[in-house]
Write a protein that binds this ligand. Structure first.
Ligand SMILES: [Mg+2]
Length: 278
């Protein structure tokens, strides 16, 4: 009887563990292969992603996340690097004073003498008719013909967001749409081939982000680093989307050290090695 109840407890524990967030094989591999941050490494710049790294998608910065940033900021220069525009990121961070690269580097904002200031806002012309034609093709082919709001969002910078549920989908529906990104991964290569003059990222919760070819988070960080006197080995990146096609993937491919985040609630724990350094 005793053994039987022990067995029942063990089964219950296993069942509970199985209910936790599942990691894909690729995510597990990323965790194992993520360059270990060594105490002797001379890092000065912490660049990071926002959505699903520090906060839930498009959700305001929590007090916990803010406190973690405050602590990091005491030891490192901080840089937010996002797919969204700088103003949207700034609002989501509740005006937290931090340098931001937005739209994969098309936009930049810096804190100058304590004042958050937009310092660059590039605008690249896009052929909107061509974009619409191509995205409609994918909607028809894969059955994403029902959407909320507009089918495509054209950003001022020239970045395009192709959200499979449209621009005005309810938040819950968006979060439940493709949490493991499998729907978008299934057609990722085909979208890339179709937009061969662009960079394509699996961004946000339902969308593909499409930028002019030369824009991606790695090049954006390296440009910022060159302008501000940081060498490559002085930078560490924190992000959730480092897998192939992910909007942080160029950072890994470019060879920057990184910390991989599987669940944004782990952020304060994951940065402890950075904080424990003298
Ligand atoms: Mg992210």
């Amino acid at each position: 009887m005793k053994i039987r109840s022990l067995f029942a407890v063990a089964l219950a524990v296993l069942a509970l563990a199985a209910c936790g967030p599942k990691k894909t094989a690729a995510q597990l591999e990323l965790e194992q292969t993520a360059p270990a941050f060594t105490a002797g490494a001379h890092k000065r710049l912490v660049a990071m992603d926002l959505d699903a790294t520090l906060t839930q998608h498009k959700t305001p910065l929590s007090d916990t996340a803010r406190a973690a940033l405050d602590k990091l900021g005491e030891k490192y220069h901080l840089l937010m690097v996002g797919g969204g525009g700088v103003e949207r990121i700034h609002r989501q961070m509740l005006d937290y004073p931090i340098d931001i690269l937005g739209n994969y580097g098309l936009e930049e904002a810096r804190v100058i003498d304590g004042v958050w200031t937009i310092t660059r806002h590039e605008k690249v012309a896009v052929d909107s008719a061509e974009i619409m034609r191509k995205t409609e093709f994918f909607r028809e082919k894969y059955g994403y013909t029902k959407y909320y709001g507009d089918p495509v969002e054209f950003h001022e910078s020239g970045m395009v967001t192709f959200g499979l549920l449209g621009t005005k989908a309810p938040k819950e529906e968006k979060l439940n749409f493709d949490p493991d990104k499998l729907k978008r991964r299934a057609i990722y290569k085909e979208v890339c081939d179709s937009f061969s003059n662009h960079s394509v990222f699996i961004g946000g919760s339902t969308s593909f982000d499409i930028t002019p070819k030369q824009y991606n988070k790695y090049d954006a960080i390296m440009k910022y680093a060159a302008e501000n006197g940081y060498s490559k080995d002085e930078i560490i990146f924190i992000g959730d989307d480092l897998e192939e096609g992910g909007n942080d993937s160029h950072v890994r491919l470019g060879g920057l050290d990184y910390i991989y985040v599987h669940d944004y609630r782990d952020f304060p724990e994951l940065i402890k090695p950075l904080l424990s350094r003298p």
